[in-house]
Each structure stands twice: as structure tokens, then as C-alpha cells.
Design a protein. Sequence first.
Length: 118
Amino acid sequence: MAIKPRLFGTKKPDGPDLGRIQRTLQQSNIPIASRTDHQNLSREKRAQVYREAAVAYDSGYRRKGVVLDYTAKGARLRFPTNEKLPPTVYLYARAVGLEGPARVVWQHNSEAGLAMQV
């Protein structure tokens, strides 16, 4: 009785493909950490809280939400509804010491990331 050949190609080798690793290393002359376009800096630690906040649109419309985490440069907020935020808002989060104009960096469903504008 003959052994059946594999249906989906050949078995992968047990170890890493050294030829592929060598080619990758040869193509990369400059290490990533020393490249000028790569910032090798860690982010500031975010304080996790659950504090009330509000954002005001340029039109005067005001929405209440909750600050989930923040730094001196911005905050992540959660709102009760999924309304889309405008590109810039005025953030009122005195409970965490943030107040001023902010830029909406990202928004996913009812959560949004805001960066304070200097």
C-alpha cells in the first residue's frame, strides 16, 4: 500500500527559513531604531478614570460624555449615542483638568479620541 501524497503542498520545515532571513537582513541596511522617520519614543502613561465631560460644537450644540482615560495632550471619551463629531470641538473636562479646543483624532461608534490643540 502506497502512502498518499499531501493534498495541500509540502510540509513546512521545522525551523525558520534562514535564506529568507538572510535576504531580509541584506535589504535592510539601516536598523529601524536609528532611522530618522521612526520615533523610538514611548507614549505618555494614560490615567484611567470615569469622569463626566462635555464637548461643544462650533454651532453651540453640546454633548455630554465620560472620560475613560487621558493625558495632558488629550483624552478618550465615550458618549451615550453614536453621533459623528465634527473635526474640532471644545472640550470641557474640568474633573481631569482638561479644557480647551480639541481635534478629533479618531472616532469609533460611541468612543472618540481627542487631542488638545495648543
